[in-house]
Design a protein around this ligand. Structure first.
Ligand code: ARG
Length: 485
């Protein structure tokens, strides 16, 4: 339809190569309502007549219900929709719809509307997941569990501490998306191909009708830039890396060797050959899909990095990366949330492991610090005690006075005092005495659970408000359309 100066049509193979029609199904709806807002603005500014707007809107309303065929000769959804409107209304009417706009501002608009919705969905999914994590952590504020560094036993912790750590990482993901939203929620419509238009349009009016908070004002910027898209994909990629790390923890904890947790059967996969298997494929796929999302980010960034200002068709290639990113992240969150909600926590096993090994070594050293010794000295003393206990296959608390005396190289501490300390320290006392802010200590866990619950509520209000703002603007637009058809 656009081939005014071009004599020949694209061959089938070339059309397939350049067409984005199959990727555009994700933005067809946005393109239609964007076109309605644009057409209404043209009417309200006396650029088209009442009869013309009526016919254009009627045609667009019908298209909302249509399934678009991939086999049209249009190069993209924008061309297809305009072609269909012209087919329904005639070129004298439908041919006016594209007045004062271009596919360049159109596609930028559609992308922003799609990402805006995806962010609202993602924020809701993240909040639901955080809520599940906080609810589960409330039940485990005094469930002792080993904490690991280098995947070697480090300190006694509580299971809630891990879950709250995941929540806090997800809060940051939420916050990143929350911030990007403000930059996404600006309308590029009316920027035209690159330099604007001489037709007296009202860009603020279309922006308002479509629920945008403002404009991407500079028309070169509005049509050329995709940094906001890159920012969105980047925030989601970071989110996915967090989900991937959480998945890795659960994979380790659900091994027979750890058995800290057991995934519900609904989230486990069998083996085709080994009947006993209960595999964490869902979690492995979250790790695997994270790689795909990272690939999407690299793809978006490498597309934009070398483009001259002004629309270039390369930008078309960004869209599938965005769709794939949103789809993966939304489903990953839905699955991980449901998995945590049905997770079996093996409290007894966690407790058993937390009480074995030398997880209280630092607690013992800190008790000695409280006796006035320099930390470096206590580090040495306890290191020797651990070595002695390890060699005689004992726990620290099982060491005898004689063994303590033998291991002590430092003479400035009474071995009886050490005996008293090592026999009085266990997982429970360690968690009771650990009170530093954000630590594993039970009191801190309880405080953080309640604090994070409040935080969830605050964000829930904010996210719902944003979603409702979009819904109510689009409702008003829909009412306006109805009043004009
Ligand atoms: N299909 C194109 C895209 O997705 C739409 C914009 C085309 N603009 C152009 N001047 N060729 O980016």
């Amino acid at each position: 339809m656009y081939r005014s100066r071009l004599d020949q049509n694209l061959g089938k193979q070339t059309l397939d190569y350049v067409s984005s029609i199959s990727d555009d199904s994700e933005i067809a709806f946005y393109d239609i309502i964007g076109s309605q807002a644009h057409a209404i603005m043209l009417y309200e500014n006396k650029i088209i007549t009442k009869l013309e707007i009526k016919k254009i809107l009627q045609a667009l309303e019908k298209l909302k219900k249509e399934k678009f065929q991939n086999n049209s000769s249009a190069e993209d959804i924008h061309e297809l929709i305009e072609t269909l409107v012209i087919k329904k209304t005639g070129v004298k009417v439908g041919g006016k719809m594209h007045t004062a706009r271009s596919r360049n501002d159109q596609v930028a608009l559609d992308l922003r509307m799609k990402i805006r919705d995806d962010i609202n969905i993602l924020c809701k999914c993240i909040l639901d997941t955080i809520e599940t994590l906080v609810t589960l952590s409330e039940k485990h504020t005094d469930t002792p569990v080993p904490l690991y560094t280098h995947l070697q036993q480090a300190q006694i912790g509580t299971f809630s501490h891990y879950l709250l750590a995941y929540s806090d990482a997800l809060f940051r993901d939420l916050d990143r998306l929350y911030a990007v939203y403000g930059r996404v929620n600006e309308s590029p419509l009316g920027a035209g191909p690159i330099g604007g238009t001489s037709i007296p349009i009202d860009r603020n009016s279309t922006a308002r009708m479509l629920g945008f908070k403002g404009l991407v004002e500079n028309s070169i910027d509005a049509t050329s830039s995709r940094d906001v898209v890159a920012e969105y994909v980047s925030a989601v990629t970071i989110l996915m890396t967090n989900l991937s790390r959480i998945s890795e923890d659960l994979i380790i904890w659900s091994t027979s060797e750890f058995s800290f947790v057991e995934l519900s059967d609904q989230f486990s996969s069998p083996s085709s050959v080994m009947p006993q298997k209960k595999n964490p494929d869902v979690l492995e796929l979250t790790r695997g899909k994270t790689a795909r999302v990272i690939g999407n980010l690299v793809s978006v960034l490498t597309t934009v990095k070398g483009l001259a200002s002004g629309y270039g068709r390369d930008l078309q290639e960004i869209k599938p990366s965005v769709w794939s990113t949103s789809k993966i992240a939304i489903s990953a969150l839905l699955v991980i949330n449901a998995m945590f909600a049905t997770l079996k926590v093996n409290k007894e096993k966690m407790k058993k492991v937390a009480n074995s090994g030398y997880l209280t070594a630092l607690d013992v050293a800190e008790e000695l610090v409280k006796e006035g010794l320099p930390f470096r000295t206590t580090h040495k003393i306890v290191g020797h005690l651990v070595q002695a206990a390890y060699e005689s296959k004992k726990s620290l608390s099982q060491l005898t006075l004689a063994e303590i005396n033998k291991s002590l190289k430092e003479k400035d501490i009474d071995s009886k005092k050490i005996l008293k300390i090592i026999t009085s320290i266990n997982a429970e006392s360690s968690l009771k005495n650990r009170t530093s802010q954000g630590s594993s200590g039970t009191s801190e866990q309880k405080r953080m659970v309640s604090n994070r619950k409040t935080k969830v509520n605050m964000y829930q209000t904010g996210v719902a408000k944003r979603s409702n703002e979009v819904i109510s603007s689009l409702d008003s637009l829909s009412k306006k359309v109805k009043s004009l058809v």
